[in-house]
Design a protein around this ligand. Structure first.
Ligand SMILES: Cc1cc2nc3c(=O)[nH]c(=O)nc-3n(C[C@H](O)[C@H](O)[C@H](O)COP(=O)(O)OP(=O)(O)OC[C@H]3O[C@@H](n4cnc5c(N)ncnc54)[C@H](O)[C@@H]3O)c2cc1C
Length: 508
């Protein structure tokens, strides 16, 4: 094999996967058809469980410019309905503010430091697989075709994934052709704002920055992401067919804002060299790959699922796919994985994707115009007074309501869920549990001194630790941060180690 794994696509998910695999000793190569990063403004940050997952690799501090993982944010929204999460004990909705181009630049740096290779200007053109490996056809920057052989191929090549299409994996779901969204980075005059918070008065309602401001004609969102520049987005339903390729002009954006809000907002293009977010998106797609694996070919990120961006779930979903896949794929390539380990990737992550499609469709429905929707929002707003409802929504948005089946893991309440952060006192020093997981290896935490790792020392880190009031005598945490086993039954522990990390070394 020329390399262990070919990853197609140097978006956030391809780059994160390249870093994870390199960290675990593999030689991945990333093929990216663009010669250089475009700097296209997309996400402005990352929310949800993945913020904590990034922290497990020490990436949070790197991406935040040195800020340690802090408290989750207090306010969020569901379908434009305000959620005040301040009253929730253990609010799971962490956030990390970072523009996507910077996220990609830092992930690339991290992956390359760990040995991953990135070939820009190299386009994936096809593949053939057999029992031994995959031959990947590539068009190089000069147009010349060549092939790379690898044990596995992973499509992180975005929503229109060629890997998915050539693997013959269906992409069922829905497309609302009559939904049109227009967005642009603009300069708004100071006179547009009603107060120092930047709110805007519209007929019958006050509009707020960062919020989905719904009217009976659509939804309007605006926020100052750069000094003096607002990103303005306006979403309309039941629209006549629009040309998705014609360039969006300030006049068209302004007219759409006026239609939806009833306010004529003068807007001009900023005088900036930075790439600006000017786009018209025609159609709302909600689709999911019917399978995430076809033999030696896997899908992750937008290649596996597309959905409305309401609630900003894309990176949370895609990057957690990668954290789930990375260690399983590495163990498989290194020949240490239990037989069906790689199949658990789809088993665990397909339901997570389906849930995001469900909640983003629900949010989109709550934003749509119409008297029935207005009534539904009123009812939903009343339900939000219930702390249990608020918690349920916060967990849904964070992807924190997810529990994986852990065969052989026993029935301790921690099993299958996300490992809560602990402050450990080891003989050496006090440290955070997250620090023990920087190497993307499983960790067996032993609080009672009663477990041993015979046969798995090469793959699992044993941490003998003290913690104030530990939640179990011992806990086995997978590299993606989920608890595979907890308790004191060492027979159960052995089963869990075999299930996830293979046969012990001395068993031959
Ligand atoms: C306007 C907008 C706003 C968004 N806002 C948010 C937000 O606030 N929060 C959030 O979490 N998410 C947001 N998202 C979603 C987020 O941007 C995506 O989920 C994320 O980019 C997906 O990453 P990816 O690596 O899977 O795919 P992509 O980022 O799409 O990367 C795929 C890469 O594959 C390359 N590629 C494709 N085909 C080939 C080929 N044949 N050969 C070689 N290379 C190829 C492409 O050039 C590209 O670089 C937003 C998206 C948009 C469009």
């Amino acid at each position: 094999m020329d390399v262990d794994v070919v990853i197609v696509g140097a978006g956030p998910n391809g780059l994160l996967l390249a870093g994870e695999l390199s960290l675990l000793g593999l030689r991945p190569v990333v093929l990216e058809r663009l010669r250089e990063r475009t700097g296209e403004p997309r996400a402005n940050g990352v929310i949800g469980r993945v913020v904590q997952a990034l922290d497990l690799r020490g990436l949070h501090d790197r991406l935040s410019g040195g800020e340690p993982l802090g408290e989750p944010g207090r306010y969020f929204q569901f379908g434009g309905l305000a959620l005040d999460l301040g009253a929730l004990a253990d609010n799971p909705l962490h956030g990390l503010r970072i523009p996507q181009p910077r996220l990609e630049a830092l992930l690339e740096e991290w992956a390359v430091e760990r040995g991953a290779r990135l070939r820009r200007g190299h386009e994936f053109a096809g593949f053939a697989q057999d029992d031994d490996g995959v031959r990947v056809d590539v068009r190089g920057p000069d147009g010349a075709a060549y092939a790379v052989t690898a044990a596995y191929l992973v499509g992180c090549d975005g929503a229109s994934s060629s890997v998915r299409k050539l693997a013959g994996i269906g992409f069922p779901g829905t497309t609302d052709e009559h939904f049109v969204s227009r967005s642009g980075d603009v300069v708004l005059p100071g006179s547009a704002f009603a107060d120092e918070l930047g709110s805007i008065d519209a007929p019958g309602q006050r509009m707020f920055p960062f919020a989905f401001n719904r009217t009976e004609r659509g939804a309007f969102v605006y926020a100052p992401f750069q000094p003096g520049v607002h990103r303005v987005a306006v979403h309309e339903w039941r629209q006549p067919p629009a040309d998705p390729d014609a360039p969006l002009t300030p006049a068209e954006l302004r007219a759409a804002v006026t239609r939806v809000t009833g306010v004529d907002l003068p807007m001009t293009r900023p005088d900036s060299d930075a790439p600006l977010a000017w786009r018209r998106r025609v159609g709302m797609h909600s689709r999911q790959a019917e399978r995430y694996r076809d033999g030696r070919v896997l899908l992750a990120g937008d290649a596996a699922h597309v959905h409305s961006s309401v609630g900003a779930p894309g990176l949370n979903l895609g990057m957690q796919d990668v954290f789930n896949l990375g260690w399983k794929l590495a163990a498989t390539v290194l020949g240490r994985a239990p037989r069906d380990l790689l199949d658990t990737y789809e088993r665990e992550r397909h339901p997570a994707g389906a849930r995001v499609l469900m909640q983003t469709r629900a949010q989109t429905a709550l934003l749509a115009p119409g008297a029935e929707v207005t009534a539904l929002r009123e009812l939903f707003g009343e339900l939000l007074d219930e702390p249990a409802v608020l918690r349920r929504l916060a967990e849904l948005l964070a992807g924190a309501d997810l529990r994986y089946e852990m065969p052989g893991g026993g029935d301790h309440p921690l099993v299958g869920g996300w490992m809560p952060e602990l402050h450990l006192g080891t003989p050496a020093a006090r440290s955070r549990l997250a620090a023990a997981q920087h190497r993307a290896r499983p960790v067996l935490l032993d609080f009672a001194g009663g477990v041993a790792l015979a046969g798995w020392q090469d793959r699992v880190d044993l941490v003998r630790a003290d913690a104030e009031d530990p939640p179990a005598d011992a806990i086995l945490v997978r590299p993606d941060g989920y608890v595979a086993w907890a308790g004191s039954d060492t027979g159960e522990l052995t089963r869990a180690l075999r299930t996830w990390f293979g046969e012990p070394a001395d068993a031959g």
